[in-house]
Design a binder for this molecule. Structure first.
Ligand SMILES: *Cc1c(COP(=O)(O)O)cnc(C)c1O
Length: 395
């Protein structure tokens, strides 16, 4: 059996998304900037897609900028706020210790250029409070960027409350909502969001296309210079097929949101209950404020990479956390941020579900994971020392 449980890394495209894309490869191949009929037809579809996306987010079409994905949207949001802040003598940025690297590396670069960055601690359950944000805001704060939901441990953050604090203190607020949009309700107006990033391939759309939402009046700088596309804020001929796929996948995800959340959460809870009975394990992230499709454990005495390789032999495709850290031997910055020692952080397993995940697949994973954990512990000298009382158990 082949069981794909790595939907936080990327998802399978929906049929509707694929079909929405196809016409743009042959029939409607015009450049939306062209004045002739073929170009104008393309432009009509582009406008329609923008309206669809805006509708799903509670935004206006003019506030939607299409990008090459979540990473680009994060980069543009942060750099825009930083440049604008600098002109006003404000060079302080607030973020969290467990953001995606698209955020962390961007603020890290700004830090080297002389910006001051506050990395809020995220505690054991992986969240920050509006109070923490409020306490960190200074007169020279030019941006608060806090993710809506964490991509590794699945915790959902109180973005609406954080947004309210930022609005009250007149500080621009950006949220990386790449893991949230299409999976939990996200409304930029209700949640006091000034800028938001999303990415199509995390909700059954195509890879290489995303959105930066920027509230009307929020100043944006270009990352990509050139033509006047996207109101002059993002140059380059629009990825029309990708945008059509994004819009189709998003409207599908929004329409099915409540039903999917309920069904996927139920499977998630079954998986959590089963894996939680493995001795010396811990569920990471918040039990309640959690993405419907996220299951994330650490198993003591195990090396995450071997766990993934062995699971793959059983047909279970999983991740140890972020796709960006796999392949490197450093433990995940997210697991260190929630307070795990290196040894425990190394033994992590992330299983992420989608609307295509079946109960049969979850049952299969529930058989495979404990078997693999037991086999690996059987080989592990560290585990033997713990069992024999030479080394203490941590979990
Ligand atoms: C996947 C992801 C990104 C990057 O999106 P891309 O479209 O792959 O560039 C950014 N932030 C989070 C939280 C993600 O999960």
């Amino acid at each position: 059996m082949q069981v794909y449980l790595d939907n936080a890394s990327t998802t399978k495209m929906s049929r509707a998304a694929i079909e929405a894309m196809l016409p743009f490869y042959d029939e409607i191949y015009g450049n939306p900037s062209s004045l002739h009929r073929m170009g104008q037809r393309a432009k009509e579809f582009l406008d329609k897609a923008r309206e669809t996306v805006a509708g799903c987010l509670g935004a206006s079409p003019g506030e939607i900028i299409f990008t090459s994905g979540g990473s680009e949207a994060d980069n543009q949001a942060i750099i825009s706020a930083a440049r604008y802040g600098a002109r006003k003598g404000k060079k302080h940025i607030i973020t969290t210790a467990f953001e995606h690297h698209a955020v962390l590396h961007t603020v890290g670069k700004l830090e080297k250029e002389g910006y001051d960055v506050t990395y809020l601690p995220v505690g054991k359950t992986g969240t920050v409070s509006a109070q923490q944000v409020s306490d960190a805001i200074r007169d020279d704060t030019c941006l608060v960027t806090v993710m809506t939901a964490n991509n590794e441990i699945g915790s959902v953050l109180p973005v609406k409350e954080i947004g309210a604090v930022c609005r009250e203190r007149h500080v621009p607020f950006h949220t990386d909502a790449v893991q949230a949009v299409g999976h939990i309700p996200v409304n930029v107006a209700e949640m006091n969001i000034d800028m938001l990033s999303l990415s199509a391939h995390k909700f059954h759309g195509p890879k290489g296309v995303g959105v930066l939402y920027a509230k009307k009046g929020v100043p944006l700088s270009n990352i990509i210079e050139g033509g006047a596309q996207e109101k002059g804020k993002r140059a380059g001929t629009e990825n029309l097929a990708g945008i059509a796929g994004l819009a189709a996948a998003l409207s599908e995800a929004c329409a099915g949101l409540a039903g999917n959340m309920e069904r996927i959460s139920r499977l998630r809870d079954k998986l959590i209950a089963g894996l939680g009975s493995i001795p010396h394990s811990v569920l990471n992230g918040d039990r309640v404020n959690r993405l419907p499709g996220n299951v994330h454990f650490c198993f003591e005495g195990i090396e995450g990479e071997s766990l993934l390789l062995l699971l793959d032999e059983y047909g279970v495709e999983a991740s140890s956390g972020s796709a960006c850290t796999s392949g490197s031997l450093d433990p995940s910055h997210v697991l260190l941020a929630i307070g795990h020692p290196h040894e425990i952080a190394h033994g992590s397993l992330r299983l992420t579900l989608s609307e295509y995940t079946t109960e049969e697949e979850i049952d299969y994973a529930l058989q495979a994971v404990p078997k693999v954990v037991e086999r690996l512990r059987g080989f592990s000298p560290v585990w033997r020392d713990k069992v024999n009382g030479i080394k203490p158990f941590i979990l």
